[in-house]
Design a protein around this ligand. Structure first.
Ligand SMILES: NC(=O)c1ccc[n+]([C@@H]2O[C@H](COP(=O)([O-])OP(=O)(O)OC[C@H]3O[C@@H](n4cnc5c(N)ncnc54)[C@H](O)[C@@H]3O)[C@@H](O)[C@H]2O)c1
Length: 437
């Protein structure tokens, strides 16, 4: 058995700040408040319901993850955030229309208390929002100083021991990493010059890292996923993860594709289309933001199927992803997938997947898990990119020399083995023969 890592206990309160207090963030806040009062179960949350097998099958050891590693408890969580609208979390949740009145009213007081700090906002990055609750600043460096002050004030006013940040902010326009994003000194000079290459998400991420606050990015925007900031996170020992929560269609894709690949079934095409009518959909109705989302959604199949290794099965796939803003649906998203595959002797088959879901119901437990795992990583002294949290993302961040793992089951194994290693338990390799030798 390897040595366990030293992990500081989770004492005191943990603040969770969300950049953006829209549908996902408020569904998360409301859900945790309902759970705290025993009015709901944390369905979909690995940290709350997941178990982890330890040792051999004969040992019958299968603790809950939250009993195995020292996570903060939901009762110790305190929420805050930033938004470009001044609505408190109750009003924002009512606007988002995800949760029923009965649920919202049961935690109305708690949600009313959560009022957003004004946003660092740039309409060039999120065009479809008429922001009314924004900060005034000279340079982007000054904007980051203000975000840092917000973090400190939130920590002090709520008497918090630690803070983590999860971005649940609108998708920003697509951006290729460029000069200002590589070296930290160039990034900081670009902030001083308010260079348009620096997006608001990068300003929040920089502020978080400078305050030693772990940062996860649930949006497809670049944010912390640029060399200057991954380097800063490594140097300061702050955990980071991203990007884009893996929820509906992409979750299904990374469940089904590894199965087809495992059986060496071939693919000709995968056509995915979505309709959604929430504010996220409205923002995505703009070409720049849509491109960011399409890029993260399209990236998943290649590393699962490896067409370079299996050209006869996956060498010629048409993979299309469409997203349409369709207001009548609100948050009730519908996704269709048509998969054209082939089997023995090349005979064709089809699979259709029709997913109907409130978008934010799948995302909210991921925000909880990321907040708790990022806090754990920090207490365990694990800074920089947290690849073991790839499980939660459509486009997992990796060091530049590595390709990301998209297969949900590889990601799950990586996550569980990281926890086992942290506690000095043997890694699970499923060898088998030792049982009957
Ligand atoms: N299942 C899901 O819902 C899901 C899945 C994967 C990713 N995401 C991503 O999560 C993010 C949030 O989704 P949502 O459905 O909650 O969207 P939403 O539109 O309801 O909420 C986003 C909020 O961010 C705010 N905002 C925009 N720019 C900001 C800024 N610069 N600073 C602070 N706040 C800002 C907006 O005012 C809005 O209230 C989006 O990027 C979305 O693509 C959502």
């Amino acid at each position: 058995m390897a040595d366990a890592r030293e992990v500081r206990e989770a004492s005191g309160k943990l603040g969770v700040l969300t950049q953006g207090m829209g549908a996902v963030a408020t569904t998360f806040f409301a859900g945790v408040e309902l759970i705290k009062r025993g009015l709901a179960d944390p369905v979909g949350s690995l940290t709350q319901l997941g178990t982890i097998r330890l040792g051999e099958r004969t040992e019958d050891r299968m603790p809950k993850i939250k009993d195995f590693v020292p996570l903060a408890g939901t009762e110790d969580l305190v929420f805050g955030g930033w938004d470009a609208f001044p609505d408190d979390a109750y009003e924002a949740a009512a606007h988002a229309g995800v949760l029923e009145k009965e649920h919202l009213n049961a935690v109305r007081e708690e949600l009313k208390e959560i009022r957003p700090f004004p946003a660092v906002f740039d309409p060039r990055y999120v065009a479809r929002i008429e922001a009314t609750h924004t900060k005034g600043y000279g340079s982007l460096r000054e904007a980051s100083e203000q975000v840092r002050e917000d973090i400190r004030a939130f920590k002090e006013q709520n008497d918090l021991d630690r803070v983590v940040m999860v971005s649940c902010s609108s998708t920003e326009a697509y951006l290729q990493p460029q000069k200002a994003h590589f070296a930290l000194e160039d990034f900081e000079a670009a902030m001083d010059a308010s260079d348009p290459a620096i997006s608001p998400s990068m300003v929040y991420a920089y502020a978080a890292l400078m305050e030693g606050v772990p940062y996860a990015n649930g949006a497809p925007s670049l944010a912390v996923d640029i060399p200057a900031l991954t380097q800063l996170a490594g140097e300061r020992g702050v955990p980071i993860a991203g990007k884009d929560f893996k929820t509906g269609q992409t979750l299904m894709k990374t469940i089904v594709a590894p199965g087809l690949k495992a059986r060496m079934l071939g693919l000709e095409g995968w056509y995915s289309t979505n309709i959604l009518g929430n504010r996220d959909g409205e923002v995505l109705d703009e070409a720049g933001s849509l491109k960011s989302k399409e890029v993260t959604k399209l990236s998943v199949l290649d590393t699962i199927l490896r067409p370079d290794v299996h050209p006869e099965l996956y060498g010629d796939i048409t993979h299309l992803v469409k997203i349409n803003y369709y207001p009548p649906r609100g948050d009730a998203k519908e996704g269709w997938d048509n998969i054209d595959l082939f089997g023995w002797l090349g005979y064709p088959m089809q699979i259709k997947i029709n997913l109907l879901a409130r978008d934010s119901i799948l995302a909210a437990p991921i925000v909880l898990d990321l907040a708790l795992f990022l806090d754990l990583a920090q207490r365990a002294g694990m800074g920089g990119i947290q690849e073991w949290l790839s499980f939660f993302f459509k486009s997992p961040m990796t060091p530049p020399e590595l390709y990301p793992e998209h297969d949900l089951f590889v990601q799950q194994m990586k996550l569980e083995n990281t926890l086992r290693a942290m506690r000095g338990e043997g890694l699970l390799t499923h060898p088998g023969p030792d049982y009957y030798e």
